[in-house]
Ligand binder design. Structure first.
Ligand code: FAD
Length: 467
């Protein structure tokens, strides 16, 4: 039996970052992983592989308009997406990053234990039949696609997000159930690679968690630019599989039948709490998620939970920040001189890498009003900005939501070119508790996409300059 100060179960962005932080603080640390590679959903079946597909789709689209940019000799009509190569490139990038995490574990002297980790109670953990002991334990087991009754996936015609990442045949017609981040990202991939795409969403708008204006505008762009069939307020009630496709039966605002070559079920993920021995502890589970306090502690002394198994935003960077808080709190409780700061859930950036991209932080207009703020907003489009036209992406807008009384910025919502990069500066603005006037008085470089920031701030007072 090996003994550790801290043992982390799960090597995703929550778990492996927690392990590094604990090791930095001088804890004898172990990281347990059941899968062959380190890195979790994010690296093997989520953020990273999805973005490699998006990059291929982006380059494919760019090649089609090469002549517009003065590049002769590219025969747009003969371009064809080679999915096998996209899958291979994805695999190379995933492998490189997984090796990077292995290197980091060695560098930080974290012991990696391969196998399924199961709590036995009393600080003991079974990993592949061997029992290990730890003073503190962090659960970071993440989430996985959850089967939906009647819409079971088979990996052939009916796919989940794991399956679609390894698809080597271009769907002639991809029906996507669910227009959250995963659904709209794959809609953006396959519509650009040449598939017909039907996007079905039960809520009023696509990306229903975002500011309403973002979902409405993105749907317009999807329909106009990518000829997508976008059906909101609609659900798929049942399906019939055929050898050559799937018949989807719809109910709601646009009822009827849609016959796709493939269906992607992009709704439904569940925390991985089954079989990990929670019943041997005092940890509470509420609607599938482990209950935690602001330092990520569960009800069992010395047991922490982070990432997709807790009811906080299911994002890789949130999981990593939670991992740091848990590791620091565990180290402090073992006598190390460190002072953990709880995660600020009111200021996490959320990005969707569709085309155009979405990057947001803070309260949207509806949420700010619901919280009782007297709200003022400033909106500015990318269309008049020189840089957006230079890069050939004059779509979308930025919207600033501010409090009327003090002008405090409550939220920033961007739909447009490089929105997932632009939102990073919003993180600093929100962190520094900037007001609208302070943003107006901040100089931005020209020509740059960033120029929309002061323009949207001016628009709050109806005095944008370039519109
Ligand atoms: P995970 O990354 O799920 O890792 C958990 C690990 O624990 C896994 O490796 C699993 O094998 C292991 N494990 C589970 N149980 C055990 C056990 N008992 N013993 C040993 N090991 C175990 N988020 C973003 O921020 N940006 C994005 O662009 C983004 N894109 C996404 C795209 C897709 C298609 C999907 C599905 C998700 C995406 N996400 C994105 C969400 C992101 O992947 C998750 O929020 C993040 O991976 C959660 O991290 P985690 O550490 O909690 O768990």
């Amino acid at each position: 039996m090996a003994s550790f100060d801290l043992l982390v179960i799960g090597s995703g962005p929550g778990g492996y970052i927690a392990a590094i932080r604990a090791a930095q603080l001088g804890l004898a640390t172990a990281l347990v992983e059941k899968d062959p590679g380190l890195g979790g959903t994010c690296l093997h079946r989520g953020c990273i592989p999805a973005k490699t597909w998006l990059e291929s789709a982006h380059r494919f689209e760019q090649m089609q308009v090469a002549d517009d940019y003065g590049i002769d000799g590219v025969d747009a009509k003969s371009l064809k997406a080679n999915l096998a190569t996209i899958v291979k490139r994805k695999g190379r990038i995933v492998l490189k990053n997984a090796k990077g995490i292995e290197f980091l574990m060695k560098k930080n002297k974290v012991t990696v234990l391969k196998g399924f980790g199961k709590l036995l109670g009393g600080g003991k953990v079974d990993v592949a039949g061997e029992v290990h002991e730890a003073k503190r334990i962090i659960l970071a087991t993440g989430s996985a696609p959850k089967p939906i009754p009647g819409l079971e996936t088979d990996g052939v015609r009916v796919l989940n997000s794991d399956h679609i990442l390894d698809l080597t045949e271009l769907p002639s017609h991809l029906v996507i159930l669910g227009a959250g981040a995963i659904g709209v990202e794959f809609a953006s991939v396959f519509s650009r690679l040449g598939s017909k795409v039907t996007l079905v969403e039960f809520m009023d708008t696509i990306l229903p968690l975002e500011d309403e204006e973002i979902g409405v505008e993105l749907a317009k762009i999807f329909k106009k630019t990518y000829k997508m069939d976008v059906r909101t307020k609609t659900k798929i009630t049942r399906i019939e599989k055929r050898d050559d496709g799937v018949v989807c039966f719809l109910e709601g605002e646009t009822p009827g039948e849609v016959v796709g070559s493939h269906l992607l079920v992009a709704v439904g993920r569940a925390p991985m709490v089954e079989g990990i021995g929670l019943e041997k502890t005092k940890a509470q589970v509420d609607r599938g998620c482990v209950v935690i306090d602001k330092f990520m502690q569960t009800g069992e002394p010395g047991l922490y939970a982070i990432g997709d198994i807790v009811r906080t935003p299911w994002l890789a960077h949130v999981a990593s920040d939670e991992g740091i808080v848990a590791a620091e709190h565990a180290a402090q409780s073992l006598g190390k001189d460190v002072h953990p700061h709880p995660v600020r859930y009111d200021r996490f950036p959320a990005c969707t890498y569709c085309d155009p991209e979405v990057g947001t932080i803070g309260l949207n207009e509806k949420a700010a009003k619901a919280k009782g703020y007297d709200v003022q907003v400033g909106t500015f489009p990318f269309a008049p900005m020189a840089k957006a036209n230079i890069v050939g992406e004059p779509h979308g807008f930025i919207k600033i939501v501010a409090d009327k009384k003090y002008g405090e910025i409550l939220g920033i919502h961007i739909l447009g070119p490089k929105a997932t990069e632009l939102v990073a500066s919003s993180v600093a603005l929100m962190g520094g508790e900037f007001t609208v006037n302070e943003l107006i008085n901040t100089m931005y470089p020209h020509p740059s996409l960033n120029e929309v920031f002061p323009e949207a701030a001016r628009a709050v007072y109806g005095r944008a300059l370039n519109m």
